[in-house]
Design a protein around this ligand. Structure first.
Ligand SMILES: *[C@@H]1O[C@H](CO)[C@@H](O)[C@H](O)[C@H]1NC(C)=O
Ligand SMILES: *[C@@H]1O[C@H](CO)[C@@H](O)[C@H](O)[C@H]1NC(C)=O
Ligand SMILES: *[C@@H]1O[C@H](CO)[C@@H](O)[C@H](O)[C@H]1NC(C)=O
Length: 574
């Protein structure tokens, strides 16, 4: 999307990329009983700068089901806590830095890297790195330089900003006294040209121009203060007729720019007679690529000034301007580092994989320079091995999926300027319960203790319930049920009966159930003794359906069991 912003003659294009790691929204959740891994609805930015006298609050909001818990971590991924009057974590997950006095500055808090994390039962994700920089306010004065020049030459006037605030201060306009304002533009008005980088370039100066006086205006992005230089600048006209080979104050420059930004590079030398300017891209005079840029209209050279309306990735590199007159030549070298916002998209966002199968995760990245792609699983560095392999920096393959592989995966893309992350959820396919271990039929004398064991696997992990002759196990203090889940996600359940009595005999059943299905196993426990019928609770039957009733009989051996209804022995008919 392109927007054209115009303000007082200032006209630049801003390029806004709308490719984001868009989080799955609530509407994609088919069933709201389903769990959903955490995802950031508001992820903090890569950089937070604020004035010590003002303080700041950084928000981090995540959604998911269950609702995730948000925490703030330090550079080493350890959770941070509130520090009275210095750092406070609000209950809504925002990190607050109260205003502080200059002498209370703490490097570990006020000039540090943070991350926020969001966790729920599905897994954990972490945010991009958040560089926090609290700036202690210092007064500054912009200062205009007085450059020298010959009549007919071009002159560059600079507005000097002290280095301790340079990061936060931009030159917004120039004032030619008493009331002529000059704003940054791609080409200027033929005489006055304020460059997007803040300098004022005056073309083809005359004796008149040397009478004019200039001030610069600046803006501090943290204080929002605007200033006008208290000193004034003036061109120092060189009247001497002597011949001077081109002289440049600065022969090497480095510039950082984003794709889509305008680029205006002035090439100005102090020289007599008036020099010629030649822009080229390689030091050897192969000018093809520059000619191509000009021929396609992407670049323009005007009185020695190179103008590119929108920088592209291919402009990353070095530009040279050679200035020549009869006395000699000089070359300016400008190193341009082009960046574009980083973005990562991890796909598939949610995938369901069955145990033993293979899963692929692909991180599509855009933006540059790209320095690192890091992989995380549930907030920790992803450990690769025989099963978890990097097919490339942007492609992970997990083979022979096991239960521990489920959770949240992330790829984090980083360079010196920023980082960007995207997360994806790996779910395990449902597996119906299977019994791994079953107890067997036993016949024994009363007295010793007995342990019946069943264990089951499946996804989700099943639950095991026990029955005796179709009824819940009787309540007594000799009978204990224990159940636990192993690290592999298998469930193990025991029924332990101490000092067995003949009345404990019967058909025991273990039933493993989950939403993926159920499986049962039953076997008799026979204890020698007199026949015994356990109390039968009230049972209900559904009219028209088959009704089965097992007589809860104990004692061993039993010769004969019959059932009576209202005093009549069944079956009374077929
Ligand atoms: C969190 O709470 C603090 C203090 O109540 C508030 O200033 C901040 O705006 C809240 N953040 C969000 C994202 O609601
Ligand atoms: C420079 O200015 C002088 C005087 O105004 C004018 O005659 C001359 O054409 C200008 N030269 C260029 C290259 O614009
Ligand atoms: C039941 O007995 C088994 C085998 O002796 C033992 O491993 C288990 O811990 C016991 N469970 C309970 C709940 O007592």
């Amino acid at each position: 999307m392109n927007w054209k912003a115009e303000a007082k003659g200032k006209s630049f294009y801003f390029l806004i990329t709308l490719t984001l790691c868009v989080s799955t929204t609530a509407t994609e959740v088919s069933n709201y009983f389903d769990t959903q891994g955490p995802s950031f609805s508001l992820e903090p930015p890569s950089r937070i700068e604020f004035l010590n006298t003002v303080g700041n609050t950084v928000s981090c909001i995540a959604h998911g089901n269950p609702v995730p818990i948000v925490q703030w971590l330090d550079k080493e991924n350890n959770p941070i806590t509130s520090i009275s009057k210095v750092q406070h974590i609000f209950t809504n997950g925002s990190l607050h830095f109260p205003p502080f006095a200059a002498e209370e500055f703490r490097q570990d808090v006020h000039w540090a890297i943070y991350r926020c994390s969001a966790s729920n039962s599905v897994g954990t994700i972490i945010s991009r790195d958040v560089v926090v920089k609290a700036v202690v306010y210092q007064h500054y004065e912009p200062e205009v330089q007085n450059p020298g020049g010959f009549i007919g030459s071009n002159v560059l006037i600079k507005c000097n900003i002290p280095s301790f605030v340079k990061e936060y201060v931009t030159v917004t306009s120039w004032l030619q006294e008493p009331n002529f304002n000059i704003y940054p533009s791609l080409e200027g008005d033929g005489k006055n040209h304020m460059l997007p980088t803040g300098e004022l370039l005056l073309y083809n100066i005359t004796r008149d121009d040397s009478q004019k006086i200039y001030r610069c205006r600046t803006h501090h992005k943290l204080t929002q203060d605007s200033k006008v230089s208290s000193n004034v600048g003036k061109i120092q006209l060189t009247e001497m007729r002597e011949l001077v080979p081109p002289i440049m104050n600065e022969k090497k420059m480095s510039l950082l720019a984003r794709v889509g930004d305008p680029l205006v590079l002035a090439c100005v030398a102090y020289a007599n007679p008036k020099p010629t300017y030649r822009w080229h891209i390689t030091r050897s005079s192969n000018e093809e690529s520059m000619q191509h840029m000009i021929a396609t209209g992407r670049a323009k050279i005007k009185d020695g000034t190179l103008i590119i309306s929108a920088i592209t990735k291919s402009d990353d590199g070095v530009f040279y301007c050679t200035v020549t007159n009869s006395e000699g030549s000089e070359t300016l070298e400008v190193k341009l580092s082009v960046s574009s916002p980083l973005s990562a998209i991890l796909q598939p966002r949610v995938q369901t994989v069955n145990l033993g199968q293979t899963a692929d995760l692909i991180c599509s990245t855009s933006g540059f320079p790209k320095q690192q792609v890091l992989w995380f699983k549930d907030g920790k560095t992803l450990r690769s091995g025989a099963r978890v392999r990097h097919l490339s920096t942007e492609h992970i393959r997990i083979t022979s999926i096991v239960k521990e592989d489920k959770g949240m995966y992330q790829c984090i893309l980083k360079n010196d300027l920023e980082s960007s992350q995207c997360s994806a959820e790996l779910r395990l396919g449902e597996v119906a319960p299977q019994l791994l271990y079953k107890f067997i039929e036993q016949t024994m004398q009363p007295g010793p203790s007995v342990s019946l064991k069943c264990s089951a696997s499946g996804n989700p992990t099943p639950k095991i319930v026990w029955h005796l002759d179709g009824f819940p196990l009787p309540n007594n203090d000799r009978l204990m049920i224990g159940q636990y889940v192993t690290t592999f996600g298998d469930v193990i359940s025991h029924v332990n009966i101490s000092a067995v009595k003949s009345e404990d005999g019967g058909e025991y059943e273990c039933k493993a159930t989950s939403r993926a299905g159920a499986v049962t196993h039953s076997a008799r426990l026979n204890i020698y003794g007199m026949p015994y019928i356990r109390h039968m609770p009230k049972i209900s039957a559904v009219a028209g359906k088959v009704f089965t009733l097992k007589c809860p009989v104990a004692g061993y051996p039993i010769e004969n069991v019959f059932i009576e209804k209202d005093g009549i022995r069944l079956p009374s008919n077929m």
